[in-house]
Design a protein around this ligand. Structure first.
Ligand code: HEC
Length: 130
């Protein structure tokens, strides 16, 4: 991770520690951190704007959506036929080891091991799924 990323997280952690934050504030901070990690790890392949084409499927609305169900996207057979719903847990397992979670998809291997980062990104994906 870049130093900028680390210092951003350090600043966010300090913000969490300094304010007697309510649950909403903590969610906001997690979502903001998650957006940064999303931009670093996912954004080059995934759009969050229906007007912007991307190599991977649009991820707005992904939390709670059936896998392989974004209209018009040419999914691999593996994802098109997967049949499960993207819960926060499934998304974390996918980001930890997508090939292990569901083999033979078109997504290059992504391996995010840090549970905090996974939690942040899921929080961000949830915020664009309402
Ligand atoms: C190098 C490009 C690339 C990167 C980086 C990438 N993805 Fe993907 N992703 C894809 C492609 C391509 C697919 C479609 C796979 C298929 O159809 O087999 C996909 C599929 C997905 C799906 C399934 C969506 C659906 O509609 O079922 C999710 C969820 C997902 N990616 C999340 C992520 C997240 C979160 C990250 C960042 C941690 C990420 N991806 C990083 C290319 C990428």
């Amino acid at each position: 991770m870049s130093n900028t990323g680390l210092s951003t997280i350090a600043a966010l952690v300090l913000a969490i520690a300094a304010v007697p934050a309510g649950a909403d504030q903590i969610t906001d901070i997690k979502t903001e951190a998650g957006e940064k990690f999303f931009h670093k790890e996912c954004y080059r392949c995934h759009s969050v704007d229906a007007d912007r084409d991307s190599y991977g499927p649009l991820l707005t609305g992904v939390v709670g959506r059936r896998a392989g169900a974004q209209d018009g996207y040419p999914y691999s057979e593996a994802l098109a036929q997967a049949g499960f719903v993207w819960t926060p847990g499934a998304l974390k397992a996918w980001m930890m080891d997508n090939d292990g979670f569901l083999p033979r998809t078109k997504m290059r291997h992504v391996g995010i091991a840090d549970p905090t980062v996974l939690d942040f990104i899921v929080s961000y994906l949830g915020s664009i799924s309402d």
